[in-house]
Write a new protein. Structure first.
Lengths: 343, 343
DNA sequence: TGACATGTCCAAAGCGGTTTGGGAATGATT
DNA sequence: AATCATTCCCAAACCGCTTTGGACATGTCA
């Protein structure tokens, strides 16, 4: 059943039916109700392809996911972020279009979104320092919101982010307060913006207490379980090993825990661990009491809000860029305790 | 630059330009080259909205993800499956449309896909026994491929699946060969089809050796780390505890490992563990030697092939349903060893 | 040489909606 | 009673492509 047929069964013109269903004022209330009733009765749903062509809007938001940054790893937080964003899209009548690319195809994917008109805007994932995508998107005129920030990119642009620097500063200070002086940092790749900020917060905390920063205790790589294991294993083999780890993700932290246990040590007593927790639905940090002491910020909630922000931008072109900063919670769990006294 | 403008600059009709670019034979080769050169020069990209309306095809595949099955967990294998499917879509010129729903909205989402014409077909994720979506999709006439099967659903339908029953039978037999007699099963929800098949394989193996099946050693819940911990913790508290665990996912296995270590036991010596490994990119099972002995099957590869199958079906309507079964590899790692002699 | 096929192009009619620009009642105003 | 505004509806244009149904020129065959 399409619009024309529906109009015929009602003895009305397509114009009037269209207006009745879309809430335009120039239609009699009685007629409108008659139209709405008929539409429901016949399960009329307007053809999305026609609406898109007629209105020039895509009613869709694009997400480009790059799987070839390194070793073809799929970022595990995508699933939750996209679930959050998807909730918003469903509620607002938008669709989510997802494109999987490798490095070489990424810029082309954004240009193609714009030229072919398949989306009204995009979410930029996993920004790097001075991320070139920001300039690209501004140049081609495709609205966007960055999930995170991109130090050094031409301001202003719209973003939503968690205060990574403060979160990691607080976490490091928490460990320092417990008497830890040798604190390892197990971080993501340092070309990623969030990793730069976390490292900066960690360094600020140590410097603030006059604790020397030891490059031998700083690790940075793809955020996998095996990386966590390797990094912690190496750190614990240090002649002056760390008594605490500050870690960038739950997945890494699981690897760190494995290395601690393999070394015959006990997490929370011999060695403390604080991790960042994206509050992923399939990887909850314990139930009543958190397993890991953690800086927590829901990536799913970030997805919801990023989507809202972007739709708002798409609907109000020309408005000033928006941004929103979350503060991470510091949740105390079982993985931290006072630094063991030297013995 | 749209088709009409491009045609004007070339002094040709839109008809001819369209045909030249789409490879129709009724255009002079010389003209075709002239058109292609001009298209490239002006960065012409046809408007996708117009193509869709004109051709009646969406050139898009839908994925409906249900986040409210229970506790709003986002299935962690989606990311990799979708990355695999996305590779295929990009290669074949299709788009991936993702819709996030809760239970109440799911059927409506499929009907809406069909009625509004936003996709040409869908992938059905996480099928349950006698999954009603199969009948629904056949009824509304939307092409689909099921990732997994749905015991009891009206055959035939197209699917792609791993041989879960055989994989778990082999894994259980491997443990039996090592002398284990008390083997716990830590499985997903048993309304999920894959979980039913895995359990069946496990039971077949035990029965084949005359080992009694003990319900007290069988666990089934949402596949999280904490579930793995709780299940293993409970099992190990059994007066006659298991010496081995057969587990449905790496995430669960990590929780099982934690419980084993908390109990002061060593995985691979005191207690053996075999897990199913979906070969998720962010959760590799070790590097050279697998951490866990595992039945492995790449969910990303399944995504690639499911997408290929669906596009093939969409392009050849009326053809017979297709299906494809993978065999999981049994990879021996460090988490299994001979059953400890009773002492 | 006339009939017919072939090669090359175009005008126009779609796809299914939205939106513009009236037009016919009806009511209000002078 | 003539004028004007308002209400409610419709015809037709339009969005940017694809596709149908010729048109014309040229070549081929009997």
């Amino acid at each position: 059943m399409n619009l024309k047929e529906l109009a015929q069964t009602l003895g009305l013109s397509p114009t009037t039916v269209s207006r009745a269903l879309n809430g335009y004022p120039e239609v009699n209330e009685e007629t409108r109700e008659r139209v709405q009733a008929a539409a429901k009765r016949h399960h009329y749903q307007p053809n999305a392809r026609a609406i898109r062509l007629a209105t020039g809007r895509a009613l869709a938001i694009g997400h480009v996911i790059n799987v070839a940054t390194k070793h073809e790893i799929v970022n595990p937080i995508f699933a939750d972020f996209i679930a959050g964003a998807g909730e918003t899209y469903t509620r607002m009548g938008y669709e989510l279009v997802l494109t999987v690319v490798n490095d070489a195809e990424e810029a082309r994917a954004y240009r193609s979104f714009k030229a072919r008109g398949t989306v009204d805007g995009v979410i930029v994932h996993a920004p790097r320092a001075a991320d070139p995508r920001i300039e690209l998107l501004n140049e081609i005129g495709l609205p966007f919101v960055v999930h995170g920030r991109a130090t050094g990119a031409p301001e202003p642009y719209s973003w939503i982010d968690v205060n990574n620097r403060r979160a990691f500063r607080r976490a490091a200070e928490f460990l320092l307060d417990l008497g830890h002086r040798r604190i390892a940092l197990v971080n993501g790749f340092e070309f990623m913006d969030f990793a730069i900020r976390r490292r900066s917060g960690y360094e600020q905390a140590l410097e603030g207490r006059g604790v020397p920063i030891d490059p031998a205790l700083m690790f940075s790589d793809e955020m996998t379980e095996t990386f966590g294991y390797r990094a912690a294993h190496a750190a614990l083999a240090n002649p002056d090993p760390p008594t605490a780890f500050l870690v960038s993700s739950m997945i890494i932290a699981i690897g760190v825990r494995r290395a601690i246990q393999d070394a015959g040590l006990r997490m929370g007593r011999d060695v403390s661990v604080i991790t960042h927790d994206d509050d992923l639905s399939y990887l909850k940090n314990g139930e009543d009491v958190p397993i890991f002491t953690a800086t927590r910020s829901s990536v799913r909630e970030a997805g919801r809000q990023a989507a809202e922000m972007l739709i708002d931008i798409v609907r109000n072109p020309g408005a000033a860029p928006r941004n929103r900063m979350f503060e991470a919670e510091l949740m105390v769990g079982l993985s931290t305790g006072p630094a063991p006294s030297k013995g």
